[in-house]
Design a protein around this ligand. Structure first.
Ligand code: HEM
Length: 441
């Protein structure tokens, strides 16, 4: 049963701030959500409410809160109701399902991530990365370049389309409009505005995916779409397949783009780490990553983990409480929209030494700072909705880094250090200018 959203009167005893009409504290949140969170915690304590784009959210701070809400031991938090910003654009996506329905769908989807399928995806990634990196070199803005690369790679690996054909381009444009709409401030289908463009794009994408299902069923390829179609012969509707694919591409794209950007920014600024990874890659040998060698890229994994701690793509996770509960002595009513912040936990001095330093060795077996709390390091969330694409993301990051650092030395460009937007998905506001020096491999 879904609880009706809690009215302000039910939240009145929780300290907090309304801010401006309708937008609430959204502008402050966008400017620096962590600084705002710290200010609110100092002023109101570990539980507070804030008004954001027409809704009240109750923030629960600290790693215990992240563990409780995401781990959800009492089965009382709805992810569907929490992610209401995505209801119209990504209905039916895995993250927008709850309880038994979510478990059943997740089990089927898991089949598309089994090892033999992952080997095929890696082949697709390797070929795509090799082709797309051919156009790289010199001074470039890294963020738009990697966004374009992962989008094209996504068309190939997820959809089974050629990297750069007309169809892939159309789908990619529609997909970008859909993602942009999910972040739009004005959420009404007004012609000419981003939200309406996103809804139209969704209609186009889902229509096109539906048309492709019979092709993928008749002639399955090594792509994710074919795997999903094969895994779902036991009773999913066409709409289910289309909805999952649509959501999954969104969940995979901006997050991986963001993580790779932070990583490469760090490698440009810490040449000793760049060199260490280049040596790791040289030690493995070959021109592209072999699936059986992926686990040998340990230093790469350490830098990736630190990048996700330092600049988590998804810093906040929303839920709705379906029943009343008490947290830190505060009664939270049924229907309250609740937010927790993996991002704030991952830069907290409570769990990390000098959290403002980019220091991959904090993940070394000797230091293992990520073990300081079960949810000290949680960029992929946790509990029933923990990212299903975590290993896929790590594989893609390893495959990219393998070829990228074999081919280029990456250098920071003086006077252009990144200024990061932390929300909705972390990215450098200046696009991150970098210099790529070809290494002649
Ligand atoms: C560095 C990259 C990534 C990060 C940081 C990330 C982060 C997350 C987080 C925090 C969640 C949990 C959201 C919640 O609990 O409400 C999540 C869920 C999800 N992610 Fe990822 N993700 C990444 C890459 C991917 C990739 C590559 C895929 C697909 C191949 C993917 C597919 C999904 C799906 C389907 C869910 C929903 C799972 C469920 O509800 O059961 N993600 N991701």
């Amino acid at each position: 049963m879904v609880a009706t959203p809690a009215p302000l009167s039910a939240l009145a005893h929780i300290p907090g701030r309304r801010g401006l009409p309708y937008v609430g504290v959204a502008l402050e949140f966008i400017r620096d959500p962590y600084a705002m969170g710290r200010r609110h915690t100092e002023r109101f304590g570990p539980v507070f409410r804030q008004y954001l784009l027409g809704h009240w959210t109750v923030s629960l701070t600290g790693a215990d809160a992240v563990e409780y809400v995401l781990g959800d031991p009492d089965g009382m938090f709805s992810s569907y109701e929490g992610w209401r910003l995505l209801h119209e654009l990504f209905p039916g996506g895995l993250m927008l399902r709850d309880g038994a329905d979510h478990r059943a769908h997740r089990r089927v989807m898991q089949a598309a991530f089994r090892a033999s399928a992952m080997r095929d995806y890696l082949d697709g990634m390797n070929g795509g990365i090799a082709t797309l990196l051919d156009g790289w070199g010199g001074e470039m803005r890294f963020y738009p370049a990697i966004k374009d690369l992962t989008l094209k790679l996504g068309a190939a690996v997820f959809m089974g389309l050629p990297l750069e054909g007309e169809e892939a381009q159309r789908l990619n444009r529609a997909f970008q409009a859909e993602v942009a709409a999910s972040l739009a401030l004005i959420r009404a289908p007004v012609p000419g505005l981003a939200y309406k463009r996103g809804l139209d794009a969704r209609a186009y994408l889902t229509g096109r995916f539906a048309e492709m299902i019979p092709e993928r069923r008749a002639r399955p390829g090594p792509d994710f779409f074919s795997q999903l179609v094969a895994a779902t012969e036991d009773g999913w509707s066409e709409q289910d397949i289309v909805d999952h694919l649509n959501f999954l591409m969104m969940a995979a794209h901006d997050t991986t783009t963001s993580a790779l950007t932070t990583m490469v920014w760090a490698l440009a600024n810490q040449p000793e780490w760049q060199e260490a990874i280049r040596e790791e890659i040289a030690g493995i040998g070959g021109t592209t990553l072999d699936y059986d060698d992926a686990a040998r890229m340990e230093l790469t994994e350490r830098v990736f983990k630190e990048a996700l701690r330092f600049m988590p793509p998804l810093a906040f996770i929303p839920r709705q409480a379906e029943r009343a509960f008490t947290w830190a002595g505060m009664e939270i009513p049924a229907g309250a929209h609740v937010g927790v912040s993996p991002g704030a936990v991952m830069i907290s001095e409570e769990y990390w030494s000098h959290p403002d330093r980019f220091d991959p060795d904090r993940f070394s077996p000797e230091r293992a700072e990520d073990r300081s709390h079960r949810f000290a390091w949680c960029p992929f969330g946790g509990g029933a909705h923990k990212c299903i694409g975590m290993h896929f993301a790590l594989l893609q990051v390893r495959a990219f880094t393998f070829q990228f650092l074999r081919r280029f030395r990456v250098e920071a460009v003086a006077g252009t250090d990144a200024d990061w937007a932390r929300v909705p998905i972390a990215k450098p506001k200046n696009g991150l200018p970098l210099r790529l020096v070809p290494l002649g491999h």
